[in-house]
Design a protein around this ligand. Structure first.
Ligand code: IMP
Length: 202
């Protein structure tokens, strides 16, 4: 297999697009996003795992574009909530909820939980689809602690309540470079980029 000249990111989330573009910045192929195709798909994420949902998205974009497709499915696992919100991270506070709604829900559910029981991690599964039945999976995770209040304005989603122990502050207080260096998405997509670069040039 040779490495592609173009690859499409199978996501409609602009925050993820800008993070993944930065992570794959030195890749020897062009990185396209949903704006490159006429009717970008928005498939229902009906899987029960991050991996299943990543494959659903990557296959939908592969079928719509005919290009190699790379999807991200990610979520926050909080130990004291039994691993929630996990695969339900995007709509944890209900249909149509905002990032702020989700953060408020988590902070409320964790009211009174002591520091040592506030452990959590972000997980990311990247699915690369290169043919009708050709799927490859890359994973990344980062450990942290859920704060008792929001801190910082950078990033998106649960970033203001995720204290990354490796950085000493929340993801929303980190620069894009700092976050990408250690994040679940940085780790999964660098692995995908390494794999793609390792293929023979076309
Ligand atoms: P997905 O689009 O189904 O992968 O849902 C991911 C959801 O998890 C997002 O809507 C965010 O709420 C959350 N999430 C994923 N990655 C991050 C991140 O890097 N920072 C903060 N929240 C994230």
């Amino acid at each position: 297999m040779t490495h592609p000249t173009r690859i499409i990111l199978a996501t409609n989330n602009p925050h993820k697009v800008s993070e993944i573009r930065a992570i794959l910045a030195d890749a020897p192929f062009e990185v396209l996003d949903a704006s490159a195709i006429d009717s970008p798909p928005d498939p229902d994420e009906t899987g029960s795992t991050l991996e299943e949902n990543a494959i659903i998205k990557a296959k939908a974009f592969y079928e719509a574009s005919g290009l190699w497709s790379l999807a991200d499915d990610s979520g926050l696992e909080i130990d004291s909530l039994g691993g929630d919100p996990g695969v339900h991270s995007a709509r944890y506070a209900g249909p149509g909820c905002t990032f702020a709604d989700n953060n408020s829900k988590v902070l409320k559910l964790m009211d009174g939980v002591p520091d040592h029981r506030r452990t959590a991690r972000f997980r990311c599964v990247a699915a690369l689809v290169t043919g009708p039945d050709d799927v490859r999976i890359f994973e990344g995770a980062v450990e942290g602690i859920i704060t008792t209040e929001t801190r910082g304005t950078e990033g998106f989603g649960y970033d203001p309540i995720f204290y990354a122990s490796e950085l000493g502050h929340t993801f929303a207080e980190a620069s894009a470079e700092e976050k990408n260096r250690i994040s679940h998405r940085g780790r999964a997509f660098r692995a995908a980029g390494d794999y793609l670069r390792g293929l023979k040039p076309a």
